[in-house]
Design a protein. Structure first.
Length: 385
């Protein structure tokens, strides 16, 4: 299977998973459901944001200290900044959901357009809450859209909640009336001009890939240009192509194609989940290379043998961790490695995500709960000898 680098949003997840706030700070993780008709009304959206703010102000640290994060001035300032942004500066732009991550030490401010609506929630902890992001999917950094019409090519990058144009050009395609025997010659000339136009458009993407990380690409083209555009894309970029959208761009700006682009990305993720499920079943059938169930998956994570971690949606798990060697377990007791007493962990799922990222494993939360029927599963790099 593909490495973590090939999964949509892998770079963003790795970057956020590495964040740990300073002891006197916290990371604010806020998820906002924008899918209901009420959220289109600014007043109703503001009421939901204010409710989340009230919840965050009551968020406590660990049970031993039991201090409110918001009692710390820096955290309170970060929280009020997030709420002010969402209430006064945030443009929904048709998004189904949004995630905001904020911390001032280290400096983090990420706004992610989500592909599906998350349950509205907020949390403050030393680490970002990533499971809702992994479950919803997102309009993630490294996503590009190449839109090609008969005369124009535009390359957009996913930035925040929408598409930002990063390159464009226009070609002069010959189109005039011809007579008699000149018709077929003119047609051949016109086809060559179109092919040159499409090759130049594909070059925009190749040039960008040499300078920036391209994680996934959606191609948008008029029906006649779809096939030529697919053929013109650099073979090294064929893997990141997540989908193709047919659209008559003459009558609709490409920057307004966000819903179609999101649907194409969702289809690609569904196909990825089907492949992961098939691979999991195949490996379990032969009795090697995979594990299912929480305890077996935790053992594989602790031994750093996981290639892909699969977690069930809406996962709520408590567990334990060894304070000295980091061994993960489903409950408290003694560490099987060094005998130390295991410490309770309130949100084991989030710790599993971070541990997977540390060993360069990919993480998926499939939308279909049947794919991970036993709450957790893993595809392994190797079996123990």
């Amino acid at each position: 299977m593909n490495s973590a680098n090939k999964l949509p949003g892998g770079a963003l997840v790795r970057r956020l998973a590495a964040v740990e706030s300073a002891p006197d700070r916290g990371v604010i993780s806020l998820y906002l459901d924008l899918s209901t008709p009420e959220q289109a009304v600014p007043r109703d959206r503001r009421a939901q944001i204010e409710s989340l703010g009230d919840r965050a102000r009551q968020w406590y640290t660990d049970a031993e200290q039991h201090r409110r994060f918001a009692d710390q001035p820096a955290v309170r300032q970060d929280l009020e900044g997030v709420l002010e942004y969402l209430e006064d500066q945030f443009p929904p732009r048709g998004a189904r959901g949004v995630a905001v991550f904020r911390c001032s030490d280290p400096e983090v401010f990420e706004v992610v357009r989500l592909a599906s609506a998350p349950p509205s929630s907020v949390g403050v902890d030393r680490h970002p809450r990533l499971l809702p992001l992994l479950e919803a999917g997102g309009w993630l950094p490294g996503t590009y859209v190449l839109a090609v019409s008969g005369e124009t090519a535009e390359l957009f990058a996913a930035r925040g909640l929408g598409l930002q144009e990063v390159a464009r050009f226009e070609s002069e395609i010959t189109a005039h009336d011809v007579e008699g025997g000149e018709e077929s010659r003119h047609q051949r000339h016109l086809e060559e001009e179109r092919r040159a136009h499409v090759r130049r458009a594909a070059g925009l993407l190749a040039d960008t890939a040499r300078r920036h990380r391209v994680e996934q690409v959606v191609l948008v083209a008029t029906p006649k240009l779809v096939r030529p555009l697919e053929e013109a894309v650099d073979p090294e970029l064929a893997g990141p192509v997540a989908g193709v959208v047919e659209a008559e761009l003459r009558h609709r700006p490409a920057a307004e194609l966000a819903p179609e682009v999101e649907d194409a990305l969702a289809s690609q993720v569904q196909e990825l989940d089907r492949r992961l499920h098939a691979e999991l079943q195949q490996r379990m059938g032969r009795g090697a290379g995979a594990r299912t169930g929480v305890e077996a998956t935790l053992d594989a994570l602790s031994e750093r043998r996981v290639e892909h971690l699969l977690l069930a949606p809406r996962l709520e798990l408590e567990g334990a961790v060894c304070p000295s060697c980091g061994w993960l377990a489903a409950g408290v007791g003694s560490c099987p490695v060094d005998g130390a007493s295991l410490e309770a962990v309130a949100d084991l799922g989030e710790l599993m995500v971070r541990r997977a990222v540390e060993q360069s494993a990919a993480v998926r939360v499939p939308a279909d709960p049947a794919i991970v029927s036993d709450r957790a599963a893993a595809l392994l790099r190797y079996e123990r000898q």
